[in-house]
Design a protein around this ligand. Structure first.
Ligand code: G4F
Length: 335
């Protein structure tokens, strides 16, 4: 019998890569989607359109315990990957209440419904390096204390603690991945990497003269989403549930990302990138770099993409997209 997995957030970057990965391993893959998404497949299912005939979608909301219980009580899932969240950090400053509600209650309802309907199902929670916030040490590992600086980071610490608590209190197989930034051509346009690659392509094509960004000195540990979903799956195959940092161990500034992306198109970023205070955050996470030794030794996981590979692939994909569409890529006013 193939294993059955449920993915929340299957229409997102990570969800679509994870669905592909699990299908390649012979899994029966299910996804949880909002009813409104089912009504608008053309726009909402862009990242999974090539998978639709191989997966099963269920309409439910992570903020509705009854709808989750309904799905879990009718499907005997072996593994559940809870990726759905309000995951755009800047938005969490504008609407902290929605971010908290979706990310904390959504995780709590998922855990509670699983416990009531399918307590043997293994559970993965999408934790994040944003939980480290004002970092206490470099690099950050599973033992580094959290000090979140954004409503998003706070909501993810709460989800992480709920996940740990269900493991310890109810003996459920619950794991958290503490994933550092992970990118690729399926990244949404508002995140800085995609904003840069799509913006550079617009400049290259003469569709824009400049790209406005915020803090160019912020440092991130950027990996590739396709590599990171492999670690998610490996966590649930271990003899015991646990939490793992997933990172490359390299850190780069937003400025370096700009430099490489524009250079890929034969341009100098200094001629086109303008710093705009509009895109600064009220509190910034200045520098992140992960220590993934535990994932490397216990999961046997390691990243396959380099920083340069990621930038190149994203620029190439945005150029290809531009050649298929008149107004190809997202607007540069996105933050
Ligand atoms: O790409 P970002 O928006 O990602 P951020 O805030 O690091 O969060 C991402 O990674 C987390 C993992 O650590 C995830 F949990 C989270 O869900 C998300 O996937 O911003 C990266 C950096 C920030 O320091 C930001 O201030 O880029 C800086 N930045 C500078 N100018 C900008 C811009 N970010 C955005 N989005 N837009 C700008 O114009």
């Amino acid at each position: 019998m193939p294993k059955k997995a449920l993915i929340t957030g299957i229409t997102g970057q990570d969800g679509s890569h994870l669905a592909e990965h699990l299908l390649s391993l012979g899994y029966e893959v299910h996804g949880l989607v909002r009813r409104v998404a089912l009504e608008d497949p053309q726009h909402r299912f862009g990242r999974i359109s090539h998978l639709l005939d191989r997966i099963t979608l269920h309409a439910a909301g992570v903020e509705s315990y009854p709808s989750l219980f309904h799905v879990f009580s009718r499907n005997d899932f072996d593994e559940c990957y809870h990726l759905a969240a309000q995951s755009f950090v800047a938005e969490s400053f504008d609407d902290g209440f929605s971010t908290m509600s979706t990310n904390i209650n959504g995780t709590h309802y998922m855990l509670a419904a699983l416990r009531d309907a399918r307590p043997a199902c293994k559970f993965y929670f999408a934790g994040t390096s944003e939980m480290f916030g004002k970092v206490k040490e470099m690099p950050q590992s599973e033992t580094t204390a959290f000090h979140p600086r954004t409503p998003y980071g706070i909501s993810k610490v709460a989800g992480f603690e709920l996940t740990r608590n269900y493991r310890e209190e109810f003996g459920m197989f619950c794991c958290s991945g503490i994933l550092f930034n992970h990118e690729g051509p399926r990244r949404a346009f508002e995140y800085v990497t995609r904003k840069i690659t799509s913006g550079a392509v617009r400049v290259y094509l003469g569709q824009a003269a400049e790209l406005r960004l915020g803090n160019l000195d912020a440092r991130r540990d950027w990996g590739h989403a396709a590599d990171y979903v492999v670690a998610m799956h490996l966590m649930l195959q271990q003899p015991k549930p646990d939490d793992y940092v997933v990172a490359t161990g390299e850190t780069h500034t937003v400025r370096e990302f700009c430099e490489l992306a524009f250079a890929e198109l034969g341009l100098n970023y200094q001629d086109h990138v303008k710093v705009d205070p509009l895109f600064y955050r009220p509190t910034e996470v200045e520098a992140l770099v992960g220590d993934a030794s535990k994932a490397r030794s216990l999961l046997g996981w390691r990243p396959s993409y380099t920083f340069a590979d990621i930038v190149k692939e994203m620029v190439k994909a945005d150029l290809a997209l531009a050649s298929r569409k008149a107004d190809p890529v997202g607007g540069s006013s996105l933050r």
